[in-house]
Design a protein around this ligand. Structure first.
Ligand code: PEP
Ligand code: MG
Length: 583
């Protein structure tokens, strides 16, 4: 039966493919298609893992001390019974043979189905058995991972191996897990949770594939293998579409790709407005290699390198100074002398530290908690390591330091003290760096915006992080879909705050950019130009769309019409003023 689900469109485009359900637990296991002809061997691996767990349970049973509580024995018996039921292995083995899923993936797919069935059971005793099944399955997965020659854990579906293009459906995907999908052949993402500027959404956009987030219950209502149409323009997911709908969307898909090809022609055009105001377009990147594309599309530098993505891999230790230096240097080299703003680690809230983070201060998940520079200042050794790596990269090009989430003068003092210390450490080691490296601050907390002269006096450049500035000004958790409808870049408070920041910085002759998602939204380009903004930083996939708007804008006219927008507090008055501005 055809039905449609609605969510928040976060990455444009239309994808048509089959659903691949990824459960939270499943994100921890490998996902790949076994080579044709190797299905039987893969099925055998699963049977061996079952046998291995059977032996483990027997050994546990025998090693139980005589005075152990009775429940312990009963618990092991239940697990042995579950394991002995041939039905648990039957379906996964079928999935291995028919869909060529690897063993762990096939088992987690079956586990999800079983857990769903148990969720509907009323009887509390039977309901509780769901946990036993989960525990048994986890033991089997552990045994599979321990098998010699098992596929590396971080593998996802290799591209080229897919017979039908696949769309990921998950309850939630952490930003770093999203990056792990980057190499592979998925053509779209649907998640139950998330908001427009959640980091997961930002990464989906950077992968240039359609994504809809905040589609409540999607992962429960969509089944593995369902045909889906993912409309990243309207935020709609059509499940099991009929032929007519498929034909309509295929037509739309062709139109969208035609438009994209047309846009490519703007690559070499000078970025200036109709009235000859020069505009600079910078790129936001999460991974060093993204710099290559940024240059190709005409970015004049990297306005935001989210360095924390080097620290978020759940399987790796935190990178040391040498590893970081190599990565920063790679970006600097790829940018051929253009500026590169390396934003110091911004972990916390929706970005968790990777495996190496277990020994250090925990960031927590609250956006009001120990995040970004606050965390770095509680871990001065990690911060110093990063600062030395950035400084060393500055010997090879225009690496610049950019600090996230500053609000207090004493945080600025402490940051500068540590930058000085890092420089001294390098001098002592005899390692070169640019002693005049530029240091910038992100303006993303309202308090910083309200004491802007403090930042203007102390920093070489400023960059407005609108994602957080909106989050903190409107008190909306940007990753929480329940309040996503209140996340409004056009709120008069935001427009007034931003216009004021840009105006003050321009008057003081301090370079000011916007590097939040607003800068990459072509529907807001003219509004930002009207505020006097000349430096935009966005994901490279948005560069040409924003450029097209700039080429058609007249800044003089926009500025003249802008005061009315700022004074319009009532929604109707604002809509009118905006309509006039954009006419
Ligand atoms: C922002 O807050 O606008 C920003 C660019 O930083 P991030 O999205 O990484 O928090
Ligand atoms: Mg931010």
């Amino acid at each position: 039966m055809t039905f449609a689900l609605h969510g928040i469109p976060v990455s444009k485009g239309i994808a048509i493919g089959k659903a691949v359900l990824i459960s939270r637990a499943a994100l921890e296991v490998s996902h790949y298609l076994v080579e044709p002809g190797k299905e039987q061997a893969e099925a055998q691996k699963l049977l061996d893992a079952f046998q291995q767990v059977r032996l483990e349970l027997d050994q546990l049973r025998m090693a139980l001390p005589k005075d152990a509580p009775q429940e312990m024995g009963a618990f092991l018996d239940v697990h042995a019974l579950i394991l002995a039921d041939p039905a648990l292995a039957e379906k996964p083995i079928k999935l291995i043979h028919t869909q060529r899923l690897n063993a762990a993936w096939a088992l987690t797919t079956e586990l999800n189905d079983l857990l769903e069935q148990f969720a509907e059971i009323e009887d509390p005793y039977l309901k509780e058995r769901a946990n036993d099944i989960r525990q048994v399955a986890e033991r089997v997965i552990k045994a599979l991972n321990a098998q010699k020659g098992s596929h590396p854990e971080t593998e996802f579906l290799p591209s080229g191996d897919m017979e039908v293009e696949s769309i990921i459906v998950a309850h939630d995907i952490a930003p770093h897990d999203m990056l792990r999908f980057k190499e592979h052949a998925f053509i779209g993402f649907v998640t139950d949770l998330g908001g427009k500027t959640s980091h997961t959404a930002i990464v989906a956009r950077s992968m240039e594939i359609p994504a809809v987030v905040g589609v409540r219950h999607a992962s429960e209502m969509i089944r593995h293998g369902d045909w889906l149409i993912l409309d990243g323009e309207q935020g709609v997911v059509v499940v099991a579409p009929d032929e007519q709908l498929l034909a309509e969307y295929r037509k739309l898909q062709t139109q969208v790709s035609k438009e994209a090809r047309k846009l490519q022609q703007l690559k070499h055009a000078k970025t200036e407005t109709l009235d000859r105001v020069d505009i600079e377009l910078f790129a936001n990147i999460e991974l060093p290699e993204d710099a290559e594309q940024a240059v190709k599309l005409g970015a004049v530098g990297v306005g935001l390198f989210r360095s924390e993505f080097l620290f978020m891999d759940r399987k790796q230790a935190l990178p040391d100074e040498e590893q970081q230096y190599q990565e920063y240097r790679r970006v600097v080299d790829l940018m051929y002398g253009l500026p590169v703003n390396i934003r110091t680690i911004d972990v916390g809230a929706d970005k968790a530290l990777g495996a190496g983070g277990s020994d250090v201060s925990q960031t927590g998940t609250s956006p009001l908690g120990l995040r970004a520079i606050r965390w770095s200042l509680t871990e001065p050794e990690i911060f110093l390591t990063q600062l030395r790596a950035i400084l060393r990269a500055s010997a090879h090009g225009q690496a610049r330091i950019m600090i996230p989430m500053l609000a207090h003068a004493k945080e600025i003092d402490e940051t500068f003290r540590l930058i000085e210390k890092a420089k001294q450490q390098l001098i002592q080691r005899g390692q070169s760096f640019n002693p005049n490296i530029q240091i910038g601050a992100m303006i993303e907390i309202p308090a910083a915006a309200l004491v802007l002269p403090l930042f203007i006096d102390r920093f070489d450049f400023l960059s407005i992080g609108t994602n957080d500035l909106i989050q903190y000004t409107l008190a909306i958790d940007r990753a929480d879909h329940a309040v996503a409808h209140l996340y409004d870049p056009l709120h008069p408070a935001i427009l007034n705050l931003m216009a004021n920041i840009i105006d003050q910085a321009k008057r003081a002759n301090v370079p000011i950019a916007v590097c939040g998602e607003m800068a990459g939204d072509p529907t807001l380009t003219k509004l930002l130009l009207a505020m006097g903004l000349t430096d935009f930083s966005m994901h490279f996939s948005q560069l040409l769309l924003v450029k097209r708007e700039i080429l058609q804008a007249n800044v003089g006219m926009l500025k003249a019409r802008f005061p009315r927008v700022l004074k319009a507090y009532e929604p109707e008055a604002q809509a009118k003023a905006l309509e006039r501005l954009l006419a």
